[in-house]
Design a protein around this ligand. Sequence first.
Ligand code: UT7
Length: 326
Amino acid sequence: MKKARIIGTGSYLPEKVLTNFDLEKMVDTTNDWISARTGIEERRIAAESEMTSDLAVIAAQRAMDMAGVTADEIDLVIVGTITGDFPWPSTACLVQDKLGAKNAAAWDVSAACSGFVYALTSATQYLQAGSAKRALVIGAEILSRIIDWEDRNTCILFGDGAGAVILEAQDGDNGILSTHLHSDGSYWELLYQPGFGAKHPATVSGIEERLPFLHMAGNEVYKMAVRSLYDVAVEALEANNMTTDDVKLLFPHQANRRILDAVKKRLKLRDDQMYINVDMCGNTSGASIPIALDEANRKGLLNEGDILVFDAFGGGFTWGACLLRW
Ligand code: UT7
């Protein structure tokens, strides 16, 4: 069976930086509180003129340039996002058009912060089955548009950005070795956007009730995130008869420094085995893992043959991991 191998990575962060000190002027918070509780120092905010598909296209183009792949060689465009340009059509279709990927099927995956891992898993199945040769997989989010900027519990956490990979079906030992996806929809109310959809169609009173904004029960999410990120990483290692000693780098969903430190400790990973950039990006939901991957790749941290793990958790709840040989 062919393997799905990542042959190019790309990312894009909007120019505007929002620091904790900026947030001090917006809500009742302090740099010290945010830094101590989340490890976040700053995050990027998309310009008014920028849409999620714009961020995605820049990240995608960078990944395509690295891979040496042209738009018409792409068979699938899959975008993990919960902040698409529109409720529909999919952001993937907009990206497909902007890139001129005229031979590609395109769709979005809605798995919140696990969006990239879910999208990567979907693409991997097509490549392994021989029904596609090359896939563009993107995580792209503009969380700043669904954040309640008056709610200090949530507005300090999130940022905007996009990351992308080009996957190619190849013979040999390198590529994605296993994927592991999970969900438990009974927790949907702990992290969600109430409006506007079929349950709460658009109304003026709905805006006053702040329905179009992200709602989160932070403490409950925190506990489940630590447990799920740990469990699914272990599941991925065991499925490949590996231990954490085999892992060069684990890329967790960049939720919060304390969550990542807790997972690192439980997995008994050394500091240099977990890639963390939440301090500079905040939580970019489905975009966080491919942004971190591209950053590590462009720093020259990844060598052929390295074992990497992508480890995600998000609203739904959804969680999942991918283990690969670089
Ligand atoms: O991708 C998954 C997405 N979600 C997450 O990753 C979130 C997971 N959860 C968390 O990261 C944490 O629960 C938070 C960072 C959101 C909150 O940290 P916490 O240590 O769980 O704080 P808390 O909610 O227990 O709040 C402690 C106190 C409260 O005050 P009182 O009731 O003790 O007087 C809050 O009102 O901190 C207060 N607080 C703040 N204070 C200053 C909450 N937000 C802020 C703030 N600045 N921004």
